[in-house]
Design a protein around this ligand. Sequence first.
Ligand code: FAD
Length: 428
Amino acid sequence: MTEVPTMECDLAIVGRGMAGMAATLFAANRGISAVQVGMIGELIFASGLLDLLAVGWREKGILERDPWAAMDLLSKESPKHPYVRLKREEIETAFEEVVSFLEMQGLPYSSQTGQNTEMITPLGTIKQTYCAPRSMLAGIQALREKAPCLVVDFHGLTDFSGKQISAALQDKWPGIRSARVPFPGNSEKRELVTGDIMAETMELSKNREDLARDIRPLVNDAHAVGIPAVLGMEKNRDILEDLRERIGVPVFEIPTFPVSVPGLRLNNAFVRGLGEKAIKRLGQSRVLQAKEVNGGAFVLTVGRREPEMTLRARGVILATGRFWSRGLVADRKRIREPLFNLPVHQPETREQWHRVDFLDLKGHPVNRAGVDIDDCFRPLDGSEDPAFERLFAAGSILAHQDWKRMKCGSGLAISSAYKAVEAFWKMR
Ligand SMILES: Cc1cc2nc3c(=O)[nH]c(=O)nc-3n(C[C@H](O)[C@H](O)[C@H](O)COP(=O)(O)OP(=O)(O)OC[C@H]3O[C@@H](n4cnc5c(N)ncnc54)[C@H](O)[C@@H]3O)c2cc1C
């Protein structure tokens, strides 16, 4: 077998979705010698919202304004949910650390004094979120005040309809209306598909002037104008301000379907900001094999397809996600965790993975499959003991949570990453 170079570190973080990125940030901020490995995560598809928890009691499925009250319900309904192992102060500290890092990277977020806030989705439904990009703030305010508001979409943008949004919200928000305008440079009304190219287009002042010229006569009594979230990649703040001046009222972004520009912004902000810190990132590689060797160190074989490097680490954070990211894999009978062969909490048989009713408020049991953990967020060995002394898990790979239904994706990723890094740090 060909010899490959070896790299040593204290902590290896496997995964570069929200959980892997947050864990890498927490490790870097604590001066831990860390290496992050992983291909791009779900982050680029995500809406950019940082949900904490909006549904506490699944069977009711009610969106809660107070995420902490939802957590109290959760501890009764689902006592093994990973949140039940976290204190409120830990979650708040984790969020603050991530949000202030993003702000320093030019991606400001605003949270509403520890409560969930209502905002509109691209379907025209209302969702509760804990922390939204500041580019969406004027929309949150307009919705709260039910102020007259204009939602704009573009000719050729097939998966975003201002008309659908305003029609769906009419009963709750009679002052909302919509209009369709040409996207700058697309007078032929070609199909617009890639959000990142639209975002780049908006970085040119001439294009913003063209867009503002088309929107200005439509504003009338609107207090704010909502536009699909494609208003620039890195210069989003300046672009919003520029459009506000040109149009005459505040402009806000509305999340779009994937691939999502606010998700790409999040990914880029992490890549940029973590690049400035004293940690190493092996961004285009996977861990192909992992084992613990004598003395409790981990040896990870890293590469794209073939081994390119050996990484030796005293601890590992497994933030490898679920099925799409291959943190969990399923065959016809069982769900497996492929790297450490950890026991996976799952229904007894495949027939029990899904309920008969697709929209059953209880959700589908397969969505709660994952690795069981102890209070230090260490995966268990099938009993109540940790599988390895210094192996931790974070994010959507964790069992007993159903982040899509409970609206807790990023919050769970951030706070479990925080807890895992803190636990490793205390054990050094
Ligand atoms: C369409 C969509 C919309 C979303 N909207 C929201 C929202 O509105 N609000 C919200 O809070 N959250 C939202 N999220 C969820 C959120 O962004 C995260 O995806 C989720 O919290 C899970 O993050 P994760 O880091 O645990 O997993 P993932 O993002 O799945 O990341 C797992 C990572 O592990 C890596 N990996 C797996 N196996 C290996 C290996 N062997 N070696 C190296 N690396 C490996 C993968 O390459 C990937 O980088 C959304 C997600 C999606 C997909």
